[in-house]
Design a protein around this ligand. Structure first.
Ligand SMILES: [Ca+2]
Ligand SMILES: [Ca+2]
Length: 260
């Protein structure tokens, strides 16, 4: 009996894990000026895109639908939809990689509250005569353009949303895994302090290590880039690391002149 129970348990794990790989989508954020480079944070006022990538290892899918809700946390209340040259929503919604031509029978977006006050939600449904073929790895199919105009900090998030009523808009046919919410930090660099390279709100050794990681270990860019320029010259380089250490531990001058 025990062997039978263990066998059933193992089969059930196998079924659950194989189902979770059927098809999936996830979100990335990148600035408009540096597309295709995912980042964890963005400065207020800087245009960016939230990119939706999808993978289909389920097999041919004749029709699917999904929906997203965008919202802010902390002090982020307003999200301007930004024209990225798309075909929908005044240019703020761009489809890529022949997404539209794939869904030749029906293909429509429906927005709800698509203004500058959060939350905003949008739904898509499509059907195809031939079906969405299996893809090899994630493919970027949809981009949403935004620009945060709040002079505060917080996060912008995207998640799936279930709409009650006659239509169920949550990743139908089959069960798309989204695993949201996906959230990214919004910085306000106008309030940042010169030399606070990690934008943590204070000067300490972490600012020096942040710059070391950025310059020499492929670490992330300083969230508010120019404040990493602690010595006030035109570059961020090893001298800024030395300047911060000199200021913190040897009574050196205070960082100033970071951002021209
Ligand atoms: Ca800091
Ligand atoms: Ca410098």
């Amino acid at each position: 009996m025990r062997f039978k129970a263990i066998t059933i348990y193992l089969i059930s794990i196998l079924l659950v894990s194989s189902a979770s790989y059927s098809s999936s989508m996830y979100a990335e954020l990148a600035t408009v000026s540096n597309p295709g480079v995912p980042i964890d944070s963005v400065e207020t006022g800087i245009p960016f895109t939230i990119d939706i990538l999808m993978e289909n290892d389920y097999g041919m899918m004749p029709d699917i639908s999904f929906s997203f809700v965008f919202y802010g946390t902390g002090g982020i209340t307003y999200l301007n939809h930004y024209d990225i040259g798309g075909s929908y929503m005044n240019g703020s919604l761009l489809t890529l990689n022949d997404w539209d031509s794939l869904w030749d029978v029906g293909n429509s977006w429906t927005a709800d509250g698509w203004d500058i006050v959060e939350p905003d939600s949008i739904y898509w449904t499509g059907s195809s005569a031939t079906g969405w073929p299996t893809t090899e790895g994630p493919v970027k199919y949809v981009q949403f353009g935004f620009r945060v105009v709040d002079l505060s900090t917080g996060q912008i998030c995207v998640d799936s949303i279930s709409i009650s009523g006659s239509q169920e808009w949550l990743f139908e046919d089959p069960d798309f895994a989204f695993n949201g919410p996906y959230c990214w930090t919004i910085y306000n660099c106008s309030q940042s302090v010169c030399g606070d390279a990690d934008n943590g709100g204070s000067w300490n050794i972490l600012d020096a290590t942040f710059l070391i990681n950025y310059l020499y270990r492929n670490g992330p860019l300083p969230p508010c880039y120019c404040v990493g320029n602690a010595d006030g010259n035109t570059l961020i380089n090893i001298l800024d690391i030395g300047f911060i250490i000199n200021f913190l531990f040897m009574g050196g001058p205070i960082p100033s002149g970071c951002c021209p």
